[in-house]
Structures are given as structure tokens and as C-alpha cells.
Design a protein around this ligand. Structure first.
Ligand SMILES: Cc1cc2nc3c(=O)[nH]c(=O)nc-3n(C[C@H](O)[C@H](O)[C@H](O)COP(=O)(O)OP(=O)(O)OC[C@H]3O[C@@H](n4cnc5c(N)ncnc54)[C@H](O)[C@@H]3O)c2cc1C
Length: 463
């Protein structure tokens, strides 16, 4: 046992310090539960004060730590070195307050997203963030990765939903600003520094999250379109016509839609497989009948004007379930090949069609590539590629990375729309961030964590 672990054992209760076999029973990602965690120790604080105490000790002894939240990240953010100490936030799981008039919920960092969603439902309020990992992802991890999801277009990313934040800095300083207010121009907005910084600048211990009134109606439609220009026109047309209620606008390229609605997929296609592009749209409003009627009218006119070529409306709860299963059951794609590479990039909306088609054409030139599935939250400029391949080797992995990422340079896009940089995307950061931006990131890291103990080597390397 190292000296620092001995000191931590004295400072914390016995059950809060896991060692040896207890460490090996844990893992560093929910998809690698079969691989035992290798770390000096796992610490389980339950309060901000304990977190502060841990960091004071680790900082004093130059001990690197890795934060483990729900372990659902997608870019290697929680990869752990055997010389590191893991701080797991699972015991910091208290919902402290729901304020239905300020429309806020105050939570500790280890509260799981789905628990927040469920806790506010009885008040007819909504925490609008939603994505596939909601049953495991914790608020601290979500804030640290600035997670997005399916309704960013209407409600924004996590960044837009955090009103107050409490953070513990590398030296143990507690920086608390648990405010419930939306407007606060009293100097630098410090909380934004920590949102999306992947635990490299400070540890999020508590947050005040913004809630909205829960919508009373939800309507959806699956729409077929002839080309990408029509997709862009249709987005503007729908946004204008739905009085701020448009909440989802998910684009699928033809082969993606076909695959998601053909066995082994469990759902059938609501409209035929004949169209180049498909949009699954959603509006959240206040009156189901009125919203359905408005949607029907808008789609009729769009058909007459030739903006779209086919549409099916989800008019019942069962239809809604059916249509959204198509979009959410993306793992069906992975059953079609042995190996895959997945991408989460941003491109300005008008350029998406052309750039995505060029990337797909270039990928299809490679022998190793079997299929390219393209889809995305197009109203946010976010495109996903799932590249299916017949073999796994470093050369082709790099070739594929290069084909997808290199067009982003100069387009004002991003190599990471939602998932962050972690370690997997570190070398591509320079494709979407200038030298001076990266230098400023390093300056911030060195100022806030001079001994480089927090999530060392994630996002940027400090020499
Ligand atoms: C099926 C699936 C679907 C997903 N869909 C989406 C999606 O649509 N949009 C999206 O944006 N992401 C998505 N993700 C990615 C993932 O869910 C998010 O990145 C999530 O926000 C991570 O939360 P977590 O608690 O699991 O954090 P972890 O994975 O545990 O950690 C993520 C990062 O945050 C750090 N961290 C954790 N807790 C803290 C803390 N309290 N303070 C400081 N740093 C901390 C970690 O060290 C790490 O760097 C998906 C993941 C899966 C598995």
C-alpha cells in the first residue's frame, strides 16, 4: 500500500476505500465489465467535504486520480492507469431539493439521469435531457461531458440546463455557486469552464438543474425526401410552422432507414424504402388534437409544394413508440458486420448532405469497408457515421479516421459533436481547434491543476 493510500484510509471510513480484490471486481466502462479494474484504490466519498479532503491529500502527494461516474462515456474518458486512484461518485446520490416555482432541481453529482427525470414528473415538470444511457449516466458525468441527446434543438445541451454548480478544485478548494437564477452577469461565468471539461479542471459535486413545464402533447411523423436541399428547406418550413414546438428532427440516409426497419430490426417501415432521405420529426406542445391537426396540414402543404414526397403521422401512443424505436434501436446496424468504427461529428447544416456523401463515397473505396450508415440530429448539425468493416487493423482504422475527420478542417465543424475528446479523439483535436485555442486550454489546465492530478492525459497532454 502506498503512503498516500494509507493516509486516505485514515481520513475516510473503512467502507469508503476499496483495495485489492475489491478493486478488481470493478471495471472502467459499462461495456467492459469483464475486464477487472486495475488501480491503486477506489474511493467512495459521500459528501463535498469528503471530496475536498481526498483532493487535498492527493494534491499534496502528487497522486493522480480518475473520476468514475456512470461509466457510459464513448471516447475512453474513464480509462484508468494502474498508478491512479479512482474516485467513484456513486454514493453522492442525493436529490437535495425540487423547487417547482423556481423550476429547478438540486442534486449531488452521482444522481442518475433517469432518477432526475422521474423525480420531477409528479410536479408536471421536465428535465429535457434524454439519451440512451439515461439509466446509468450520472449528473456529474453528464455535466463533465456536456451531454446532448435527442432534443438539443429545442432545449440545448447540458450547458444550457445548468444554473448552479459546485466544484472541488484539484487542491481541494470548494467552489460553490448553487444558484437558481438564469441571469447572472456578475463577472466570469465560472461554471461553464467545468461543463464539458471531462473532469480535467475540477470535480463536479453538486448542481442546480433547470426544469421546464412538461409538454402536454407529443406528435411525430416519418417523412420521405428526394434530396438533401429538401431536408434543409423542410427543417426551416417545419420550424416556422410549428410555433417553437419542434423538438426533434432526426435524419436517416436511405440505407440506414432500410436497415433499421428490416429484420433483424423488430419494427416495420411506416413509409416505403424508396426515398433517399428520411426525417423523423417530433413536436412537443400543449394540445394533442390541435397539434395533430396542425401537423397534418403542414405535411399536406409540404407534399403539395413538393418539399417532401411521402409522410406518415404517428397518431397514437403505439405509433409514437413504433416510430421512435426505429431511430433509437441503432444497435441493429452493428449486427451486420464484425467490426465497426463510429463517428459523432458536427458540420454546418447546409453542408451536411454534400460532405457526408463525399465521405461515404471515399469510405466505400476501401476494400475493408462493408457498409456506411449515416444518420444524425441534423437540426443541430450533428452527423453520425457507423462504418462496418471486415477486419480490424491499425492502418485501415487510421485511413477511415482520416477520411471522416480531414474534411472538417476549414469547414467550421467539430470532430466531437457530443461525446467529447477523452483519449480516443485527442489527436484529432487540432482539426477543429486552433493552436491558440489548444494553448489556452493548456493554460487553464495548468492554472487550475498545476500538479496535473485530475484525469491526467484526457483531452490534452501537459508536458
Ligand atoms: C447507449 C449510449 C447512448 C449514449 N447517447 C449519448 C447521446 O445521445 N448524447 C451524448 O452526449 N452522449 C451519449 N452517450 C455518452 C454518455 O452517456 C455521456 O457521455 C454521459 O454524459 C457520461 O456520463 P457518466 O456518468 O456515464 O460519466 P462517465 O462515463 O463515468 O465519465 C465521463 C467523463 O466525466 C468525468 N466525470 C464523471 N463524473 C464526474 C464528476 N462528478 N466531476 C468531474 N468529472 C466527472 C469522467 O472522469 C469522464 O472523463 C451515450 C452512451 C451510451 C452508452
Amino acid at each position: 500500500m502506498t503512503d498516500v493510500v494509507k493516509i486516505l484510509k485514515q481520513a475516510l471510513a473503512e467502507h469508503q476505500v476499496l483495495l485489492g480484490e475489491d478493486v478488481k471486481e470493478r471495471y472502467e466502462h459499462i461495456w467492459r465489465m469483464d475486464q477487472p479494474l486495475d488501480a491503486l484504490a477506489v474511493l467512495l466519498p459521500s459528501s463535498t467535504e469528503e471530496m475536498s479532503q481526498i483532493l487535498q491529500i492527493c494534491n499534496k502527494y502528487n497522486q493522480p486520480v480518475v473520476l468514475h461516474g456512470g461509466l457510459t462515456n464513448l471516447v475512453g474518458n474513464t480509462i484508468t492507469d494502474k498508478e491512479e486512484i479512482v474516485i467513484s461518485t456513486e454514493r453522492m446520490n442525493k436529490i437535495e431539493e425540487i423547487d417547482q416555482h423556481a423550476r429547478t432541481i438540486s442534486v449531488q453529482c452521482g444522481v442518475i439521469l433517469e432518477e432526475v427525470q422521474n423525480a420531477v414528473k409528479p410536479y408536471e415538470l421536465l428535465f429535457p435531457l434524454n439519451f440512451g444511457a439515461k439509466g446509468s449516466a450520472q449528473i456529474g458525468g453528464i455535466i463533465s461531458t456536456n451531454a446532448g441527446g435527442l432534443r438539443v434543438f429545442k432545449y440545448g445541451m447540458t450547458r444550457n440546463l445548468v444554473l448552479g454548480l459546485e466544484v472541488v478544485l484539484a487542491d481541494g478548494t470548494i467552489l460553490s455557486s448553487m444558484k437558481k437564477i438564469i441571469k447572472d452577469n456578475s463577472g466570469y461565468d465560472l461554471k461553464q469552464l467545468f461543463i464539458g471539461s471531462e473532469g480535467t479542471l475540477g470535480i463536479v459535486t453538486k448542481a442546480v438543474l433547470k426544469l421546464v413545464e412538461a409538454p402536454k402533447s407529443r406528435v411525430s411523423a416519418m417523412v420521405g425526401l428526394k434530396d438533401y436541399d429538401s431536408v434543409v428547406s423542410f427543417l426551416k418550413y417545419m420550424d416556422r410552422g410549428t410555433a417553437g414546438t419542434l423538438s426533434g428532427f432526426e435524419l436517416m440516409w436511405n440505407n440506414t432507414y432500410k436497415t433499421l426497419t428490416t429484420e433483424p430490426a423488430v419494427v416495420k417501415p411506416p413509409i416505403p424504402h424508396d426515398y433517399p432521405y428520411y426525417v423523423l420529426l417530433e413536436c412537443l406542445g400543449s394540445n394533442q388534437d390541435n397539434d395533430l391537426q396542425r401537423l397534418e396540414k403542414l405535411l399536406e402543404t409540404a407534399l403539395e409544394k413538393n418539399i417532401i414526397i411521402d409522410a406518415a403521422i404517428a397518431s397514437t401512443e403505439a405509433d409514437l413508440q413504433w416510430f421512435w424505436t426505429i431511430r433509437e434501436d441503432v444497435r441493429v446496424m452493428l449486427t451486420h458486420f464484425k467490426y465497426d468504427q463510429q463517428f459523432d461529428i458536427s458540420i454546418p447544416i447546409p453542408l451536411i448532405g454534400e460532405v457526408a456523401n463525399k465521405i461515404t463515397a471515399a469510405l466505400n473505396q476501401l476494400d475493408v469497408v462493408q457498409t456506411v450508415f449515416t444518420f444524425g440530429h441534423v437540426a443541430d448539425g450533428n452527423v453520425h457515421f457507423v462504418v462496418g468493416k471486415s477486419e480490424l487493423n491499425e492502418t485501415t482504422t487510421e485511413q477511415i479516421n482520416d477520411i471522416v475527420y480531414s474534411p472538417l478542417k476549414g469547414l467550421g465543424g467539430s470532430v466531437s459533436a457530443e461525446h467529447g475528446i477523452g483519449v480516443d479523439k485527442k489527436k484529432f483535436l487540432k482539426l477543429c481547434r486552433s493552436d491558440s485555442e489548444i494553448a489556452t486550454m493548456k493554460l487553464l489546465k495548468k492554472s487550475l491543476d498545476p500538479k496535473n492530478i485530475l484525469n491526467r492525459g484526457k483531452i490534452i497532454t501537459i508536458e
